[in-house]
Design a protein around this ligand. Structure first.
Ligand code: GLN
Length: 481
């Protein structure tokens, strides 16, 4: 049995009776046992996975109806609530928090008989892009263990690449699905804002974030999107996608499509290997019949500043509930007055979350809001107008997912500004609500480089079609695990 197969292939194998769900799930757990001591993709595992697999196998034996996932082992970032399991956000603050309810995406996956194999590592509260800010230790890049896997959904990307699951769900507030997808060489996707319910996702910056899948192929991604997307009365920011089928016509191609290459994202800040990969991707699209032209988006230069101002402000209010009264630890009140009690509680946050909360308290405060927060909102609307304007001329936008190649663990951990700037190519999709995908494209010195595509809001299907076309031109060497 081969773990290195796509989700769709897995379903075919199970349907054909080539092996049982139990066999595949056991093999997956063995893989985790073998590799995760080093890779640290998981924070916890589902100890009922084998029982669940057995039950599904019985259903198949008895010819009973079974959901579309056929027991596919899927991992979940540890900021998405799976009822009855720990959901820690990789934070000491939620170390013992057991989710009392199910996120909508999880109910949907379970109703299609997916097996939630475990919860994946991440930067604390999804703040970061290397997974080094996990309170429980970093994950490692499976291509080279000395390198970061990207983040904040680093554990998810590692688990998918290292065959520790078939697919994963992460969250993308400013690139957190696409960045690790690029660094680990998996497909990672941020849907149009509102396409996937956020109910049960522990909020970081709720006005811009989405849950998104990480998979080994674009088809798998479309398959999972079919399950998790759609309107949800528990999240009133969701939109009705009329049960769109993202998998049908995935091979429609890009003949005649116009693609704009975002000039600012291949400028001075980009590594030469990354620029060269981007040029190669453009050539591939041209060979596939697309028309490519460079396009300039002036507001992109301000996007990182606006992103960090807005996301810190929203984090400031979303994380106010971790005060040990509502969430956190239950330690006695005696000997404290109100402020000192809260302040003791807040010491459970790690350095990056603390930094964001300090900024998030300051930038929207009386006397400063006009200078910082409101200005950031203006950048957001100007950027959105500019991107909408660009989409009158082109069908898709293209850029490298990350401006630089993967780097070593510890290399940038003490330089927050350098880390923030690595989000330069990803935050535009979040600030404008557009769908965006990272597709594995090249290896440079044995480390992956991903290519990013963006589309108009609710044109997720066209985006996946273009991603599929590019994917089929790419042939990367096998990873040595
Ligand atoms: N690196 C960005 C941040 O730290 C993105 C995080 C994310 O998308 N969750 O905020």
């Amino acid at each position: 049995m081969n773990l290195a197969i796509s989700g769709l292939k897995y379903i075919e194998e199970i349907k054909n009776g080539n092996y049982t769900i139990e066999e595949f799930v056991s093999k997956t757990l063995e893989q985790i046992q073998k590799l995760d001591g080093k890779l640290h993709a998981f924070l916890s595992l589902n100890d009922k996975a084998i029982d669940q697999a057995k039950k599904l196998d019985k259903k198949i034996q008895k010819n009973e109806k079974i959901g579309a996932c056929f027991g596919m082992p899927i991992s979940i970032k540890d900021n998405i609530c799976v009822k009855g399991t720990k959901t820690t956000c990789a934070s000491k603050m939620l170390e013992d928090f057991v989710a009392p309810y199910e996120a909508t995406v999880i109910s949907k996956l379970k109703s299609e008989d997916a097996i939630i194999i475990g919860k994946t590592n991440m930067d604390e509260f999804a703040m970061g892009l290397t997974t080094e800010f996990s309170a429980f230790g970093p994950s490692r890049n499976p291509w080279n263990h000395d390198y970061v896997p990207g983040g904040s959904s680093g554990g998810s990307a590692v688990a998918v690449r290292a065959l520790e699951c078939v697919a994963s769900l992460g969250s993308d507030t400013g690139g957190s699905v696409r960045n690790p997808a690029s660094f680990c060489s998996v497909v990672g996707y941020k849907p149009t804002y509102g396409l996937v319910s956020r109910y049960g996702l522990i909020s970081y910056a709720n006005s811009i974030e989405q849950i998104g899948p990480l998979t080994r192929t674009v088809e798998d991604l479309a398959f999972i999107l079919n399950i998790i997307s759609g309107i949800d009365d528990k999240d009133n920011t969701t939109v009705d996608n009329k049960n769109e089928d993202y998998l049908s016509e995935i091979d429609a191609g890009v003949e005649g499509k116009k693609i704009g290459i975002i000039k600012e994202m291949i400028g001075d800040g980009a590594d030469k290997e990354v620029v060269s990969a981007t040029n190669n991707a453009v050539k591939k699209f041209e060979n596939l019949g697309a028309k490519c032209e460079e396009i300039s988006l002036d507001m992109v230069d301000y996007s990182v500043a606006a992103y960090y101002t807005i996301s810190a402000t929203e984090a400031g209010s979303n994380l106010a509930r971790y005060d040990n009264l509502r969430y956190g630890f239950d330690f006695p009140l005696e000997g404290f007055e109100f402020n000192s009690y809260i302040s003791k509680a807040r010491k459970n946050f790690g350095p990056e979350v603390t930094r964001r909360l300090i900024v998030g308290g300051f930038v929207p405060s009386a006397g400063f809001a006009g200078k910082y927060f409101l200005k950031a909102l203006k950048v957001k609307s100007k950027l959105t107008a500019e991107v909408n304007e660009a989409f009158k001329k082109v069908d898709l936008l293209l850029a490298p997912t990350v401006p630089i190649c993967p780097f070593k663990l510890g290399e940038k951990i003490d330089d927050p500004i350098a880390l923030f700037l690595i989000d330069f190519n990803t935050v535009t999709a979040n600030l404008t609500g557009k769908p965006a995908i990272s597709i594995p494209f090249e290896l440079s010195d044995g480390l992956p480089i991903g290519i990013q595509l963006l589309a108009k809001s609710m044109h997720d299907k066209a985006l996946l079609q273009a991603a599929y076309a590019l994917q089929n031109t790419v042939h990367l060497p096998e990873i040595q695990l």
